[in-house]
Design a protein around this ligand. Sequence first.
Ligand code: AMP
Length: 220
Amino acid sequence: MQKIIILIGPPGSGKGTQAKKLVEKHKYGHISTGDLLRALASDPNADSEDKKKLEEMKTGKLVSDDLIYKLAFAEIEKYLDAGQGVLLDGAIRNVAQAEKYQDFFVSKNLADEVKAIEVSLSDEESFNRLTKRRVCKSCGEIIPWLPKYYNIDKCLKCGGDLEVRADDSEEVIKERIDKQGNVPLKPILDFYDNLGVLKKVDGQKTIEEVESDIDQILKN
Ligand code: AMP
């Protein structure tokens, strides 16, 4: 199995859910730039210049590439130094980032260790799912859009209170799909396709089916 697994998909495609499963199964480091940015936002000791760059997050736009590299590369290095692989979850959102990450992996002699997996989902389904999902205030667990969860009001994992994520309002979701949906993802997918390392799974399937499709890809 490759050391660098990159999950790519529109918001709400389930890549975060799959990332958590893979990380648990294979003991990989989980690189979620969204999580790293939220950790930065709630860190009282964080660099104030870095914090100013988080404004875009509130409106669904992308934050500056430089901040992403600063946070993500340090985190990736930590895991690689410990001999672990890494799983990138939504960590690459434009071609400039894809190129920069690839240069970084090449500089570490890891070019042959990269596998990218597209979790595909239409923009319409992405919108439907995001307007219905909630997140636990205590542990950050995401309670997905599934009808069986519509009536629950406590976290399934820790019993904490649930809330709609700050960037899950309808207006912000529309902006996120505009900036992070299938149209902007296409050139990133083309980049990995041209490298010959891209595989695709259907994000419309159940969580279990997507997991099994990803397992199959990672075995080959
Ligand atoms: P997520 O939790 O992955 O949906 O990310 C939440 C927000 O963080 C996104 O809407 C972006 O504003 C920002 N973000 C996360 N990852 C990146 C990235 N690689 N590049 C730029 N902005 C990002």
